[in-house]
Design a protein around this ligand. Structure first.
Ligand code: ADP
Ligand code: MG
Length: 277
């Protein structure tokens, strides 16, 4: 059986009757590291912000790359998602304002899986933490660590949708099956409504046959679930975080920024911001 049979279709998120979006929580997941989860979380968040949406990005990776890429140092952060998940600190208290609002990570977060593992409701700590702020944001985007452990499970349990960035090199379909199996388990046990919103080909190099073949293979297996937008390989994505900024700010008129604006358009599918009081 092809993989497509095992997957859900992406929700057609046009809009509600007023043409407005409701707050949505989207996790960016792939247990493989270096596939552009963090890059995508940040730049898509900033692309939404450019369209006047209120956006919160949650850094759920103990490595704190998202936090760093907004110019903050996870080693000197005093209060982080660790305190929110493990000590029940209100998330408002750890949100820092940068290009977008960021619920920051710190190295402590590495201990969160262990600390959570003996707690009742351990898979729902993030879902619970987000409740009080869900109505305040149009989008809450969650960056996850490169594993399918308890932090990622918390992200998938708290989310409406999942976007899976996939590197167009060394494509691992087996890894994607494993991720889909985890999603099925989450649906059965924790969050029946979480959907695979789409698969995003990243680090695409149109000059190589290898990249094109990787996208063809994704299309064959996942059909319409593969976003039309391809994120090309360029050094801009590595340069921007060094400056503590998104690529949309770092090189606003460049093609790297445009790629994430295109993705935003594709994800928004015509939705417009809510009227904020
Ligand atoms: P992950 O969060 O999945 O581990 P990252 O977003 O941190 O992946 O990306 C891994 C590395 O690749 C980073 O150094 C990032 O700057 C770089 N990178 C991300 N997207 C691209 C791209 N499209 N082209 C080239 N380099 C990229
Ligand atoms: Mg990352």
């Amino acid at each position: 059986m092809g993989l497509t049979g095992m997957l859900t279709r992406p929700r057609k998120r046009t809009s509600n009757s007023g043409g407005q979006t409701l707050g949505q929580v989207i996790a960016f997941a792939n247990q493989k590291g270096g596939v552009a989860k963090t890059t995508t979380t940040l730049n898509l968040a900033v692309a939404f912000k450019e369209q006047d949406f209120n956006v919160l990005a949650v850094d759920l990776d103990p490595q704190g790359n998202l936090t760093m890429s907004q110019g903050m140092d996870p080693d000197s952060v005093e209060r982080s998602m660790f305190d929110v998940l493990v000590h029940g600190m209100p998330i408002e208290e750890i949100i820092q304002r940068a290009e977008i609002d960021v619920a920051v990570s710190s190295i402590d977060l590495a201990g969160a899986e262990l600390a959570l593992s003996s707690m009742i409701g351990r898979e729902r700590a993030l879902q619970k933490a987000l409740l009080p702020v869900r109505s305040r944001y149009d989008f809450i985007l969650i960056d996850t660590p490169p594993s399918l452990g308890l932090l990622t499970i918390n992200a998938l349990t708290a989310s409406d949708d999942v976007i899976v960035p996939v590197q167009c090199e060394y494509l691992s379909l087996r890894g994607l099956v494993q991720l889909e199996n985890t999603l099925s388990m989450i649906r059965e046990n924790l969050n029946p409504s979480v959907e695979l919103r789409g698969i995003l080909p990243t680090m695409y190099d149109s000059r190589t046959v290898h990249s094109r073949e990787a996208v063809d293979m994704l299309k064959e297996n996942f059909g319409d679930l593969v976003f039309e937008t391809r994120i090309r390989k360029t050094i801009r994505y590595a340069e921007a975080p060094v400056q503590g900024s998104s690529v949309l700010k770092y090189d606003s008129s460049g093609s790297a920024a445009k790629a994430y604006r295109d993705l935003a358009k594709e994800v928004l599918n015509g939705a417009t911001p809510r009227q904020h009081a």
